[in-house]
Write a protein that binds this ligand. Structure first.
Ligand SMILES: Nc1ncnc2c1ncn2[C@@H]1O[C@H](COP(=O)(O)OP(=O)(O)OP(=O)(O)O)[C@@H](O)[C@H]1O
Ligand SMILES: [Mg+2]
Length: 462
């Protein structure tokens, strides 16, 4: 058995003696402290599994010591000993985070049960930690798939920011995995056991976003019936993920800048200053330097958050990742949907390799999920792909079409015209979610004429 280490802190030698006798017989390793200073020093310099501490000790109060220990080692359980009849102090200790308490004079059998309970719990926690560590070692960023050189660069940046508690800016097109990377950073940093909290700046009215971020006091505005802590407060000691920071209104950008610089904030309608200890990760699929140019993003804030930018390249620029992403999502959705798909056919793979994936990994994930649901067999075939994927029009190579001098110019231009028209209709269809009237409206043509053109270009879904 792993020898559990107990620290017994009590100024009465008699009590220390009884506890030592009891627990060393059971195989525990015992250390003693006869005053608070000594106890705190020992906790600081050594690894205990449990502290048993008297609340009343000379000079420094045991409650004070409890607070210090909790701050230093939040996961170390502390059991308090209180004088008989002083239940209020005992309750206070529990509120301060003591694991349990018992009163003097105590019954040794009772303490044994408490200690056993604690060590049993410790054993489970240790086991889980070991398993977690093992998992992490096997694959450091297990859920982020990609072996392309571009993703290797991303991984090496992630490794850097994991050990560096700096603000991180993640940017890249929609669906490239910004949130996934933000979570990976959090769960591999020293803040992993604290919360990961997300705020999306998109499509929220300014006042609402402000109270969402910073919280509000009771009565701060009509409808503020109760004090509400903001996301910054909820993320204390953890990570705050500010999604789509490019959409944050300018006035809030000023407030955010202050929080980043001063590490403190006030709730809306409040005057009390609250210290915040968080790591900030911001994400954007807008080009923030563009926002700087057109004045929708503050330059000083930009420099504050752009300390360590991580750029996630679009999938079309790292197509060598497509095959392993396909396999990854097939495995994932097989399990989730109870299916037994083994792979994709050769022509399906070819189509997927050639497609431009404007929605990036998210789009690929959705395409695989849909195909698995629809698939009658074990191999995914092209007919299971959405129309825009299997029939993405390649723009004609202008020189081959226009270069054939035996064809009259107008005919050659017609080929290009048709290709462009087809592409515009596809885009509009997609934008309108394949609703005919809406598509026709977008294109500024009649429904009838849209119908004819869809027939001409064979755009009806099978
Ligand atoms: N490299 C990757 N490996 C595995 N899954 C990925 C990868 N990149 C993205 N995904 C998956 O794609 C989906 C979209 O990812 P995520 O939400 O992180 O993208 P995003 O960049 O935040 O997109 P948006 O800008 O639209 O919010 C998620 O289901 C995510 O798990
Ligand atoms: Mg996102």
């Amino acid at each position: 058995m792993y020898p559990y280490r107990l620290l017994i802190a009590d100024d009465e030698p008699g009590i220390r003696f009884v506890l030592r006798e009891t627990f060393s017989k059971e195989g525990y390793e015992i250390e003693e402290a006869e005053n608070v200073e000594d106890a705190i020093l020992k906790v600081k310099n050594s690894n205990f599994d449990l502290v048993i501490m008297d609340i009343k000790m000379p000079k420094v109060d045991g409650l004070e010591a409890l607070r210090d220990i909790r701050r230093m080692k939040p996961n170390l359980p502390v059991v308090m000993i209180t004088a008989h009849g002083n239940i209020n102090v005992a309750l206070e200790a529990i509120r301060e985070g003591a694991y349990d308490y018992f009163t003097k004079p105590f019954d040794v059998a009772e303490i044994r049960i408490v200690v056993k309970r604690v060590t049993e719990k410790m054993r489970l926690v240790k086991q889980i930690e070991q398993l977690e560590a093992q998992l992490l070692q096997e694959n450091p960023f297990d859920r982020i798939i990609g072996t392309s050189p571009r993703m290797q660069e991303v991984f090496s940046l992630i490794r850097k920011v994991i050990t560096n508690d700096v603000t991180v800016l993640i940017y890249g097109e929609s669906g490239t995995g910004k949130e996934l990377v933000a979570r990976a950073i959090h769960y591999h940093s020293f803040r992993a056991r604290e919360p990961f909290v997300t705020v999306s700046c998109v499509a929220i009215p300014e006042t609402l976003l402000e109270s969402e971020m910073f919280g509000h006091e009771k009565g701060a505005f009509t409808g503020a019936h109760q004090m509400k802590p903001g996301k910054f407060e909820l993320a204390q000691e953890g990570t705050l993920f500010l999604d789509e920071i490019g959409d944050m209104p300018l006035s809030l950008q000023a407030k955010l800048l202050r929080v980043i610089q001063e590490r403190e904030l006030e709730r809306v309608g409040g005057t009390k200053t609250i210290k915040v200890d968080i790591r900030l990760i911001a994400a954007s699929n807008k080009d923030l330097t563009e926002c700087l140019k057109n004045g929708t993003f503050r330059e000083d804030l930009y420099f504050r958050i752009n300390v360590l930018p991580i750029y996630l390249p679009p999938l079309r620029e790292r197509k060598d990742d497509i095959p392993i992403l396909i396999n990854h999502f097939i495995k994932y959705y097989n399990q989730k949907l109870g299916k037994y798909v083994t792979g994709v056919s050769e022509d399906t793979r070819k189509i997927m390799m050639e497609y431009s994936w404007p929605g990036n990994v998210r789009e690929l994930e959705n395409v695989i999920q849909r195909a698995i649901i629809l698939s009658p067999g074990e191999i995914l075939t092209p007919d299971l792909l959405p129309i825009n994927v299997y029939a993405e029009p390649a723009l004609p190579d202008i020189t081959t079409v226009t270069g054939d001098l035996s064809v009259p110019m107008l005919e050659r231009l017609q080929v290009i015209y048709d290709k462009l028209e087809e592409q515009m209709i596809r885009e509009a269809l997609k934008k309108a979610n394949y609703r005919r009237q809406e598509t026709a409206d977008i294109l500024g043509i009649s429904r009838k004429s849209l119908h004819n053109k869809m027939e001409k270009y064979k755009l009806f879904e099978s």
